[in-house]
Design a protein around this ligand. Structure first.
Ligand code: ADP
Ligand code: G6P
Length: 531
């Protein structure tokens, strides 16, 4: 039976060592794993080949065997790369050269012939690892920028398989891409695939222009490129979706509900921990009133330190704001625009002081790619900014930003999304951005406002969101203010339109759509060869 083999640098799950020497698997963070993971789990004839993330030099042979079999039980085939290979291939060429270049951050891109050498070798190593697994008629679906040479390496070795390749990040204009010394090798590498997929039509157009300008090969109206006499590649857009029902359903799980409740209590949105301490027997009527209105202790402290208790005293005022929660969920990546977003939040507190004490930002940001210097610097910068803003605006019973730097499983993540009156999703550049879609799925049929960057693929579909230029701090601050002020009716109305769209184009329909298109464009003789 022909099989589907998915290949990506990182497997969708990573290993967790248990005390008894065995291993369990946990879901990895990132759009690729989130989108394709459920398809792989539910298709029992589908294999996934990728890097385990483990250094073989740090483990005994028995440990490696135990890791391998844990993966194999879940239809994953792990590759073990040495520290040197990881440094040149992953941290080096993939994340220090291609990632910034593809995201239009060419000033961050490092061009080093040694890392290119290792990148080619590791792509070859993937081809070697795949060779014994591939049978006539199989489909091999290569993912992302780490493996851009692999499609052509496979084509040279196998004439009777279908090869697909999908890029999960943006593709830049030729003016940017041509600065890469190996740009032509990379283009030839991916053109080995039968079908090349991108998130948006704009990225498709950029790629086509690169093929025309750098390789001097024509691309026809239908996106077909005659690479040589025996091979034609097709280029098209396949905007990725999410498993909508999974996020909608998970939002009602007990852990997600507990997380949501905790955040709502903490932020003062519902009575609870933040204010709910019993009063002494001799509490005055004023204190009792204060307690009922949710500010039990401010009465005492406010007389002495009004500037520290503004948040609570404001609750008594006629123009008092309701308490609101802002959320975001990201890998700590410089493309996600975290410093700019924090400055916009700071600006909101500065420009609209009436929000002081009433808006709390839950910022879930998992450190990523710590072996790359730019990422380490970003982490420091975000740590400092959060500290600075919290130091500047905190009150006794209110901290403006709750900063969580661990990666959480899907249930608490859905709880965070569900608690958010507003989601701030403002990448400086992003292929699609699944977080925006996940937030809306967790607000199925109800209010919740999305502030969304116009620099990501998702902005093309989620047009009813508050769309901002993420570099424009004043604009993001104003959009955040408007999103906090929007009526539940208007917000629900906007969401319904966006939710209908993302419900119709899920991760599952995306996978099936790409694979169907791949079958259609693969060598016309292939179906005969399969029989
Ligand atoms: P990218 O692929 O660049 O990381 P996306 O927004 O497309 O960006 O996808 C990120 C995925 O990873 C989403 O499914 C999101 O829920 C998940 N994710 C991101 N950060 C975290 C985190 N801190 N904890 C748990 N999941 C996270
Ligand atoms: C993005 C990339 C993925 C990558 C993920 C996490 O989603 O498109 O290929 O796996 O980020 O990054 P990491 O470097 O940890 O694999």
């Amino acid at each position: 039976m022909p099989r589907l083999i998915i290949v990506s640098n990182r497997l969708p799950m990573s290993l967790d060592a248990q005390e008894d020497g065995s291993y369990s698997l946990k879901q990895n963070v990132g759009g690729l794993a989130t989108a394709i993971g459920p398809y792989h789990r539910s298709h029992h004839d589908c294999l996934w080949v990728g890097w385990s993330g483990e250094d073989p030099a740090e483990h005994t042979e028995e440990e490696i065997e135990a890791m391998r079999s844990t993966y194999e039980e879940n239809r994953c085939v792990p590759l073990f790369l040495s520290a040197e290979q990881v440094s040149g291939f992953y941290a080096g060429f993939s994340n220090n050269t291609l990632w910034p270049l593809l995201h239009d951050f060419s000033h961050e891109a490092v061009f080093d012939p040694n890392t290119w050498e290792t990148y080619s070798q590791v792509n070859q190593l993937f081809a070697d690892a795949l060779a014994p697994l591939i049978h006539k008629g199989d489909t091999v679906w290569v993912q992302d920028y780490h493996l851009m040479l692999l499609p052509n390496m496979l084509r040279q070795r196998f004439s009777d398989i279908s090869i697909g390749w999908f890029l999960h990040v943006p593709f830049p204009s030729p003016e940017i891409f041509r600065s890469l010394p190996q740009s032509r090798d990379i283009l030839r590498g991916v053109l080995g695939a039968d079908l090349l997929g991108f998130h948006t039509v704009d990225f498709v157009e950029n790629f086509k222009s690169c093929v025309q300008q750098l390789l001097d090969i024509e691309v026809d109206e239908a996106g077909r490129v005659a690479v040589d006499e025996s091979h034609t590649a097709t280029i098209d857009a396949f905007p990725i979706g999410i498993d909508y029902n999974l996020y909608r359903r998970t939002t009602s799980s007990s852990l997600a509900r507990a997380m949501r409740r905790g955040i709502e209590e903490q932020s003062g949105k519902r009575p609870g921990r933040r204010y709910n301490t019993s009063l002494s027997a001799e509490s005055s009527a004023a204190e009792e009133a204060a307690r009922k209105s949710g500010s039990w202790w401010s009465h005492h402290v406010h007389e002495e330190l009004p500037e520290l208790t503004l948040a609570q005293s404001a609750l008594f005022g006629k123009d008092s704001k309701p308490n609101k929660v802002v959320v975001s969920v990201d890998r700590l990546d410089y493309t996600k625009g975290l410093p700019e977003r924090l400055r916009a939040f700071e600006r909101l507190l500065e420009k609209y002081p009436e929000w002081t004490g009433h808006v709390t930002y839950y910022l879930l940001a998992t450190p990523s790619r710590g072996d790359v210097e730019t990422y380490r610097r970003l982490k420091q910068q975000v740590d400092q900014l959060v500290g600075k803003i919290n130091g500047r605006f905190s009150m006794l019973a209110w901290t403006p930003i709750h900063y969580i730097t661990r990666s959480l499983p899907i249930k608490p993540v859905c709880g965070i999304y569900a608690a958010g009156d507003v989601a701030l999703v403002t990448p400086l550049r992003d292929g699609m951005n699944l977080v925006a879609k996940e937030y809306l799925a967790c607000h199925d049929g109800r209010e919740g406002a999305l502030v969304l960057s116009d620099m990501c693929g998702a902005a093309k579909e989620l047009t009813e969101a508050f769309i901002v230029n993420p570099y424009d701090i004043e604009m993001t601050c104003e959009a955040l203010h408007d999103a906090l002020e929007i009526s539940p009716e208007e917000s629900t109305r906007r969401n319904r339109a966006m939710q209908a769209r993302i419900k119709a184009r899920t991760a599952g329909t995306w996978c099936a759509g790409f694979l169907d298109a791949l079958l259609q464009v693969s060598d016309p003789g292939l179906d005969d060869k399969r029989l």
